[in-house]
Ligand binder design. Structure first.
Ligand code: BJW
Ligand code: ZN
Length: 252
């Protein structure tokens, strides 16, 4: 079944002079990566973010937090980019200017061929020292993904605990990526927001910023997204179905 995509939406994407693509966990859902807030299947339906996704939780129990992220890092090796990631990479190749902003901590955009991805919430693949922030490269996880407590490695520079390179609740987003994302949202003519609940700030401001600056804003989500502006649209359906259509058919 092909969803009904208004011609004005197709034109806004395919004729954009500067397209911003803003993605959330939903773009990776069809690859088999769990979202956070989907009622039955999201990570937060199973795990308590206060015990895992805060600096306080890491200070209280580094092994529990590190082990949980190591499990998720190992799961990443088992999944592949999907047709939505590939269609996004295609849009980056064919349009004059595309800024790709993601809240995701996976590397599926990069693996699909996207370059210059602005990661607002960091990456599962970029651990660093909790105390001195020095990067701590890690070999790919060996063996089966298991959910268990694992002592984090120690920093080779200061001996502090190594932590996941993600942005936890209460932490500042990477300054340069956030500034570039806000600037792109304020200067684009079209913004495509794909697979995000739009609940987590400050990232959630990005589609509204683009709308206020006069851009066409298009949401892609299986759930309806409330629209508040004249040039704002909600395309209801999975990213793997809708994004390839917006990108002009199947993959090259
Ligand atoms: C599909 C699909 C398919 C499914 N196709 N779609 C009150 C008001 C405003 C703000 C706050 C507040 N109280 C606290 C705050 C601040 C807080 C916040 O926003 N909290 C809210 C939850 C209330 N924000 C912060 O703390 C941020 N930092 C900050 O504010 O710092 C201030 C500061 C200033 C100065 C000094 C110090 C600090 C940091 C936020 C960090 C977020 N981190 C996480 C975890 C990353 C690590 C990890 O992976 O464990 O980032 S939380 C989690 O949510 C993750 C995601 O990137 C983020 C967004 O989630 P996303 O991507 O939208 O996923 P879901 O699951 O929510 O939605 C998936 C969507 O996909 C759904 O809509 C589905 O329908 C859809 N979908 N299948 C398309 N096939
Ligand atoms: Zn250190």
């Amino acid at each position: 079944m092909h969803p009904d995509i208004p011609q004005s939406v197709m034109d806004a994407v395919q004729q954009a002079r500067h397209l911003v693509i803003f993605t959330g966990a939903g773009v990776s859902a069809e690859s088999g990566v769990q979202t956070f807030r989907d009622a039955l299947t999201g990570l937060w339906a199973e795990f308590d973010p206060a015990q895992l996704a805060t600096a306080d939780a890491f200070m209280r129990d580094p092994a529990q937090v590190w082990g949980w992220y190591e499990w998720r890092r190992a799961l990443l090796l088992r999944v592949q980019p999907n047709v939505a990631h590939r269609a996004i990479a295609r849009l980056q190749r064919v349009l004059p200017k595309v800024t790709l902003i993601t809240q995701n901590v996976d590397d599926l955009h990069e693996r699909a061929g996207s370059s210059a991805v602005l990661h607002l919430h960091g990456s599962l693949l970029a651990p660093r020292c909790f105390d001195c922030a020095r990067p701590h490269p890690l070999a790919p996880p060996a063996g089966e993904p298991v959910q268990q407590a694992v002592q984090p490695p120690r920093c080779s520079s200061c001996g502090g605990h190594v932590r996941p390179g993600v942005v936890w609740f209460g932490e500042e987003l990477p300054e340069r990526a956030l500034a570039a994302a806000f600037a792109a949202a304020q200067s684009c003519d079209c913004l495509l927001s794909i697979g995000t609940s739009g609940l987590v700030h400050p990232a959630a401001l990005i589609p509204t910023m683009a709308s206020r600056a006069g851009a066409t804003v298009i949401h892609v989500n299986p759930d309806p997204v409330p629209v508040r502006h004249a040039a704002e649209y909600s395309l209801q359906g999975p990213a793997g179905l809708i994004v390839p259509l917006l990108a002009g058919g199947w993959l090259d």
